[in-house]
Design a protein around this ligand. Structure first.
Ligand SMILES: C[S@@+](CC[C@H](N)C(=O)[O-])C[C@H]1O[C@@H](n2cnc3c(N)ncnc32)[C@H](O)[C@@H]1O
Ligand SMILES: Nc1nc2[nH]cc(C(=O)O)c2c(=O)[nH]1
Ligand code: SF4
Ligand SMILES: [Mg+2]
Length: 213
């Protein structure tokens, strides 16, 4: 199956438990909760997205005809950036990566020596074998992937109080302040919530703080 990738680049994971870790980011094109067009944002299920995921025209983006082709592009990107092939780590994000990730891709990317992480909105079940599952719930959507390594809630969202998720099967529970016009206020609210509810920790988008992609 062909894969549509908006961009593919090496950077440090900016969020969550693997913050600071060398990674190849593979951002798939397209999402099931927003078209990606500004004129549709107000009617989308997910209205605060900070990402351009339309098309395949970004750095390293393109259409990859096979899982092996995409895995090879990941290897090339990692090996250009890093001198340690044994630590290959890919973060599949988007857009919504689970619209495109299939068993063939998981197998090919493992075969290429990568540990695989995903960033997903949780509306599609993850295939077996993904090593690190990060789910970030969104309103007006049905969450089917209710287990994984980290649950990263963009905060605050009126329809999604953190208490909704406390019994779900995740190892780490993060509040990530919603970026946008109210970022500073949202950060203060997240800090206050984490202080009161120590099961939750603060996830900052550190790549934005230091100006890397
Ligand atoms: C662009 S999304 C792509 C992956 C997937 N579609 C998802 O929503 O999890 C990557 C991460 O950025 C988070 N995010 C998106 N917009 C944000 C914003 N305005 N402020 C903080 N985090 C945001 C998402 O919740 C998710 O954890
Ligand atoms: N550095 C960096 N870390 C990230 N962690 C999650 C991201 C995403 O957009 O999924 C992201 C991103 O866009 N850049
Ligand atoms: S689900 Fe993820 S990619 Fe889709 S619009 Fe929301 S934050 Fe953006
Ligand atoms: Mg991002």
């Amino acid at each position: 199956m062909p894969y549509a990738v908006k961009e593919l680049f090496a950077t440090l994971q900016g969020e969550g438990a693997h913050t600071g870790r060398a990674s190849v980011f593979c951002r798939f094109a397209g999402c099931n909760l927003w078209s990606g067009r500004e004129e549709d944002r107000h009617k989308a299920a997910c209205q605060f997205c900070d990402t351009d995921f339309i098309g395949t025209d970004g750095e390293g983006g393109g259409r990859f005809a096979t899982a092996e082709d995409l895995a090879q592009a990941l290897v090339t990107c990692w090996d250009q950036a890093s001198s340690e092939p044994e630590r290959r780590y890919v973060v599949f994000t988007g857009g919504e990566p689970l619209l495109q990730i299939d068993d063939a891709l998981v197998a090919a990317v493992h075969e290429a020596g990568f540990e695989i992480a995903i960033e997903s909105n949780g509306t599609i079940r993850a295939p077996e074998g993904i090593d690190w599952v990060c789910i970030s719930p969104k309103p007006a959507s049905t969450l089917v992937q209710r287990s994984g390594q980290e649950l990263k809630l963009v905060f605050p969202q009126e329809a999604l109080p953190p208490e909704l998720f406390e019994t779900w099967d995740f190892t780490h529970f993060w509040l990530q302040p919603m970026d946008g016009p109210d970022r500073i206020e949202n950060t203060q609210k997240a800090v206050a919530y984490c202080l009161k509810n120590p099961r939750w920790r603060l996830s900052l988008q550190t790549h934005k703080l230091i100006g890397i992609p």
